[in-house]
Design a protein around this ligand. Structure first.
Ligand SMILES: [Zn+2]
Length: 463
């Protein structure tokens, strides 16, 4: 790909005539109306989370769920991912999670329910008609597994991704797909959260919502219009922070060198500045980077591992920092269902990471070239079978997006394209068909030639 050395051309002055052509060619908003994929459900979460000194958590969760689909609901299905790491569901892991649900109530009435794999299922006595709401409440205790990936304890630090029941989208029934460990099989829409916590004194809390450092033992944290609410609890972490673009960027580490923390902070602030300027404003007041756990994005928080784990080199940790921060736009602002259209956040994020770093994403190019079996980038996760999904979801879509912009205006055009994409679709959900429609419009391509050898068309024609 030809994305290196790209910054030179920004300094080249255009002649007035060229600017005029550029302006005339720029698509007008009136030509194109974005069609968002509607969520069908809308939720407001009010949660209490307490942890004792032994690592036992108690949660009290209340969710007001509104039916914004045009069907009547006869049941509720919620994700409950902590249950995937119990002795029953993950006998192979070292220290499994325990879950003890005390009660589930709907509109204050205790209900019968089933908890199977990553789902709580509650048949409703009375249907919920369109525009009506129900109040779901659950009271439960849990402990964390030691190798639960994103929901895990690491050396006395607790990382709580998807620790509470999460409401799926509703499309001809609840859009609750089977759990899939290699990827994100859960999909939610934008919601408001209020979380009241009570934790041991020596822990620092790092969350999706804004909080001060050092924090109090007890407090209430809120977050608006986010897909999920992450909580990290770290025992006496190191912290470095800097304010940039009115965003407080903080890096949290455990037993890291001062030099590494500072370097990561520079990478994080440079990344934030680039995406802020080129793609659009960052949607939170804080951006927290946790140097522990797997590389993963959450609203306002990213985890990126550290050089201590798995002998990783600094360059690899930095690349993960850039990738996970880029997700704040492609996942955090523009939503997509990661079970059916994972490439939309992972492929675009991988490509955007290379745009910022000014490289061709050698790893993804290698992945793509190593692959002998051609499969589309937009299959549902389970349809890849045993095939390594990352080849198609990360590698192939990154390489193909780079090829498209090599033919259509280069990296500057790519930045403009994604800026417009985020402007049109922020706080909305996009699927593959809608992305293809927007790209063909923006690049003025009539046929499907840009996508023919890597996007599956059968779901597109139904859409
Ligand atoms: Zn990613």
């Amino acid at each position: 790909m030809v994305f290196s050395q790209r910054r030179e051309k920004e300094t080249v002055k255009e002649t007035p005539q060229e600017s005029k052509i550029e302006q005339e060619e720029k698509p007008e908003e009136k030509d194109f109306t974005p069609k968002e994929i509607l969520p069908g459900s809308k939720s407001a979460y009010d949660m209490k989370l307490a942890m004792n000194s032994e690592g036992l958590f108690s949660a009290d969760v209340k969710i007001d769920i509104t039916n914004i689909s045009n069907e009547t609901w006869s049941e509720l299905k919620l994700y409950f991912i902590p249950n995937m790491f119990t002795a029953n569901n993950s006998p192979e892991i070292e220290q499994h999670s325990t879950i003890n649900i005390k009660s589930i109530r709907i509109n204050n009435k205790e209900m019968k329910y089933t908890l199977e794999k990553d789902m709580v299922h509650i048949p409703l006595e009375e249907g919920v008609t369109p525009n009506k709401s129900v109040t779901f409440q659950v009271n439960y205790q849990f402990t964390l597994p030691k190798t639960g990936e994103k929901f895990t304890e690491i050396d006395g630090n607790y990382y709580l991704a998807h620790w509470y029941p999460m409401v799926p989208t509703y499309r001809n029934g609840w859009n609750k797909q089977p759990y899939f460990a290699r990827g994100e099989s859960y999909h939610t829409t934008f919601s408001n959260f209020k979380v009241e916590y009570d934790i041991p004194e020596e822990y620092t809390i790092v969350t999706t919502g804004d909080n001060s450092f050092p924090n109090g033992k007890k407090n209430i944290i809120q977050a608006k219009d986010v897909k999920e609410f992450y909580v990290g609890l770290m025992k006496k972490p190191q912290v470095v922070q800097r304010n940039i673009k009115n965003v407080n960027v903080r890096v949290f580490g455990i037993n890291e060198s001062e030099k590494l923390l500072e370097e990561i902070l520079v990478t994080a602030t440079d990344t934030l500045t680039y995406f802020y300027d080129k793609i659009g404003p960052y949607p939170h007041n804080q951006l927290d980077i946790i140097l522990d756990g797997p590389g993963m994005e959450y609203p306002g928080v990213v985890t990126v591992g550290s050089t201590r784990s798995g002998n990783r080199e600094i360059a690899s940790v930095k690349r993960t920092v850039v990738h996970e921060i880029a997700h704040q736009w492609f996942y955090g602002l523009v939503n997509n269902d990661p079970y059916f259209h994972a490439w939309l956040d992972e492929g675009i994020t991988s490509f955007a990471t290379s745009l910022f770093l000014g490289d061709d994403g050698a790893n993804n190019v290698r992945l793509y070239n190593s692959n002998t079996e051609r499969m589309p980038s937009n299959l549902p996760l389970n349809d890849y079978g045993e095939a390594p999904t990352f080849i198609y979801i990360y590698g192939q879509s990154h390489v193909k997006l780079a090829e498209i912009f090599t033919q259509h205006g280069g990296e500057q055009k790519a930045e403009e394209f994604f800026k417009e994409y985020v402007r049109l679709y922020k706080y909305k959900e996009v699927d593959t068909a809608e992305f293809v429609r927007f790209m063909k419009y923006y690049l003025k391509v009539e046929d499907d030639s840009l996508f023919k050898d890597w996007v599956n068309y059968s779901p597109l024609s139904e859409a």
